[in-house]
Design a protein around this ligand. Structure first.
Ligand SMILES: Nc1ncnc2c1ncn2[C@@H]1O[C@H](COP(=O)(O)OP(=O)(O)OP(=O)(O)O)[C@@H](O)[C@H]1O
Length: 497
C-alpha cells in the first residue's frame, strides 16, 4: 500500500490552477479584448489582421487574451465564414532559446509545416523557408510572438514579417500578421523607427489587476478547482442581506467542516462532466448543476461575473474559509497585480491544507503559501545570476556565516576579491562590485541599509542576507564556479577593518 491516492479531499480539479490552464472568458479584460477584436476584425473581412502589440506587466492576461480571441476567430472561420482561411501559430521567443530572428523564423517554419526545425542555414535562407511555407498555406496567417522583447536588438524578423506582402516575400493570396506580446515597455520604445512603424498598427496596454478583479479571477478558478465550492447564479438563489457588492465576505457562510467522502468525490466528478440546462458557471464554458443541498447553503461575498453576459454569481465554498481569497487577492494586488502569482498562492495554499490533512484551506495556509512561493522565486533568481553576482553573494554569505553581517560594502569587497582569486575569476573594481550588491538588494536576496559613515563623512551602506544562509549556500554549491568554496573558512580567515 503506497501513500499515493487518486483523489484529494481538498481538490476537485487542481489542474485548473496550473499555469498552462487558459480560460476562454476574461471579463476583467473586456476593454482590452474589444481593442484586440478591432485589430483582428479585418481578418474576418478578408483583408488580413492588423499587427498588434500587447504590453503590460507579467501575469496580466495578455497571452490568455490573445489565445481566447484567436480561438474565437478560428471558430468564426470554421463555423460562420465561407471565405476566411485562418492559420494561427504561437511562438514563445523566450523558450527553446529563441533569442534571435533566426531561431524564431525556424520555429515558425516548424509550427507551420510540422517539419523539424531547420538548422545550419543562413538567416536569409530560413526566412525564405518560412515565407515559402506561408505561400503554401495561403490565407490569413496570424503569428503570436510572445516575450517578443527577448529578441533584443535582432529585429530582422520584426521588420520582415509585417512587410512580407509589400516586399513580395509572400504572394497576394497570403495575409500574414503578428500579435507581439511583451512585459518590457522600454524595449518597444528603443526599437528602430522602421520596425516600430511596420510592426505596430495597434497597441493594447494591460494595466495591473486590482484586488477586486483578482478576487473575481480567483473565485472563478476556485469554483472549478476545489471540492464543495461553486458559483451560484444570483437570480436563482436567495441572497443574504450583505451580498450587496461589499467586498467583505458574509459571516453567514458556514462551510461544512468535513471533507467529502469517496462517494461524494465520485459523484462530484460525474456531475462535473454532465452538462445541464442553465447558465454557465465556469470560466471555461463547462456547466455545473447545483444540487438542492448546495442551493440551500448560505452564500457569501460580492456577486461576480464569469463572462460578459451580465449574469452574476455568488461564490460559496465549504473548503476555503471566507478570508482566503480576499487575502490572496490583496497580497497579489499590493505586489504587482499578477494573476499568475495569485493563482499560484491559491494552489499552494490548497496543497498545504491537503498535505497536513486539514479539511479547510485557511488564511494561515495562504500566508504560508505566499512565503513559499516568494522563497522559490528568490531561489530561482539566485540560480540565474551571473558569475560576478554569485561571487558577491558568496562573499556576503561567508560574512553571514562568520557572524559579521550586517556588514559594510568595503569588507564584503575584500572577501569578494579573495574568493575571485581562489576561483580564478576576474575581479571587478569596487564601484562595479557595489552595483552587484545593490542588485542583490533589489532582488530581495540581500537587505541594504544606509548608515552614517565614520569621520570621512557621507552615508555608507551595510548589507546582510535576506534569505536563509543555508539556502544561499545550497544555491552557490550548485553553481560550478563557486561550488568548491569553503564559506566558513573564508569568513573566518579574513579580518574585518
Ligand atoms: N482575467 C483573467 N481571468 C482568468 N485567468 C486569468 C486572467 N488573467 C490572467 N489569468 C491567468 O493568469 C495566468 C497568467 O496569464 P497570462 O499568461 O495571460 O499573462 P501575461 O500577461 O501573458 O503574462 P506574461 O507576460 O508573464 O506571460 C494564466 O494562467 C491565465 O490563465
Amino acid at each position: 500500500m503506497t501513500q499515493f491516492s487518486e483523489t484529494s479531499p481538498i481538490f476537485k480539479r487542481e489542474e485548473v490552477l496550473r499555469e498552462e490552464h487558459y480560460p476562454d472568458e476574461l471579463p476583467e479584460r473586456k476593454g482590452e479584448m474589444d481593442d484586440l477584436h478591432m485589430s483582428l476584425a479585418p481578418a474576418a473581412r478578408g483583408v488580413g489582421a492588423n499587427n498588434v502589440f500587447l504590453h503590460g506587466k507579467a501575469g496580466q492576461g495578455k497571452t490568455a487574451a490573445a489565445q481566447a480571441k484567436l480561438s474565437e476567430l478560428q471558430q468564426h472561420a470554421e463555423e460562420e465564414s465561407d471565405h476566411l482561411n485562418l492559420t494561427t501559430c504561437y511562438v514563445s521567443c523566450e523558450s527553446h532559446d529563441l533569442s534571435t530572428s533566426y531561431k524564431a523564423a525556424s520555429r515558425i517554419y516548424q509550427e507551420l509545416t510540422g517539419e523539424t526545425r531547420p538548422t545550419g542555414y543562413a538567416t536569409d535562407v530560413v526566412m525564405d523557408m518560412m515565407f515559402e511555407a506561408m505561400n503554401d498555406i495561403g490565407g490569413t496567417i496570424i503569428i503570436v510572438l510572445d516575450e517578443i522583447d527577448t529578441l533584443g536588438d535582432d529585429d530582422r524578423i520584426l521588420y520582415s514579417l509585417p512587410r512580407a506582402r509589400a516586399q513580395g516575400y509572400v504572394g497576394d493570396h497570403v495575409f500574414p500578421s503578428i500579435i507581439g506580446i511583451s512585459n518590457d515597455l522600454q524595449w518597444r520604445d528603443n526599437l528602430s523607427p522602421k520596425v516600430k512603424s511596420s510592426l505596430y498598427d495597434d497597441s493594447v496596454l494591460f494595466s495591473p489587476y486590482d484586488a477586486t478583479q483578482l478576487q473575481q479571477i480567483l473565485r472563478r478558478r476556485a469554483a472549478k478547482a476545489f471540492r464543495d465550492t461553486e458559483l451560484v447564479p444570483v437570480d436563482g438563489a436567495a441572497l443574504p442581506p450583505d451580498a450587496d457588492g461589499d467586498s467583505e465576505p458574509a459571516e453567514s457562510s458556514t462551510p461544512s467542516q468535513t471533507a467529502p467522502d469517496d462517494d461524494t468525490a465520485e459523484e462530484q466528478q460525474t456531475h462535473d462532466e454532465t452538462p445541464v440546462e442553465g447558465p454557465t458557471v465556469s470560466e471555461d464554458s463547462e456547466t455545473e448543476e447545483l444540487t438542492d443541498e448546495q442551493s440551500d447553503s448560505p452564500l457569501a461575498g460580492t456577486p461576480i461575473q464569469v463572462d460578459n453576459s451580465g449574469q452574476e454569481y455568488i461564490f460559496r465554498s465549504g473548503i476555503l474559509t471566507d478570508d482566503v481569497i480576499p487575502l490572496i487577492a490583496a497580497l497579489s494586488a499590493q505586489d504587482t497585480g499578477d494573476a499568475r502569482q495569485a493563482i499560484k498562492y491559491l494552489r499552494k495554499a490548497g496543497e498545504l491544507a491537503d498535505k497536513s490533512d486539514e479539511p479547510m484551506v485557511t488564511a494561515e495556509h495562504a500566508r504560508e503559501a505566499q512565503a513559499l512561493v516568494e522563497r522559490e522565486a528568490v531561489v530561482e533568481a539566485m540560480r540565474e545570476m551571473t558569475t560576478q553576482a554569485h561571487l558577491a553573494l558568496a562573499a556576503l554569505t561567508a560574512l553571514e556565516l562568520s557572524g559579521d553581517a550586517p556588514v559594510r560594502a568595503k569588507p564584503i569587497y575584500g572577501v569578494y576579491k579573495s574568493i575571485a582569486s581562489e576561483v580564478d575569476a576576474d575581479k571587478l573594481g569596487q564601484r562595479r562590485f557595489k552595483d552587484h550588491l545593490r542588485e542583490l538588494d533589489m532582488q530581495g536576496i540581500a537587505d541594504g541599509e544606509k548608515v552614517a559613515a565614520g569621520s570621512i563623512g557621507g552615508p555608507a551602506w551595510q548589507y546582510q542576507l535576506q534569505v536563509d544562509t543555508e539556502i544561499a549556500v545550497e544555491v552557490l554549491k550548485d553553481t560550478t564556479r563557486v561550488a568548491n568554496i569553503n564559506f566558513k573558512t573564508i569568513g573566518d580567515d579574513r579580518s574585518l577593518p
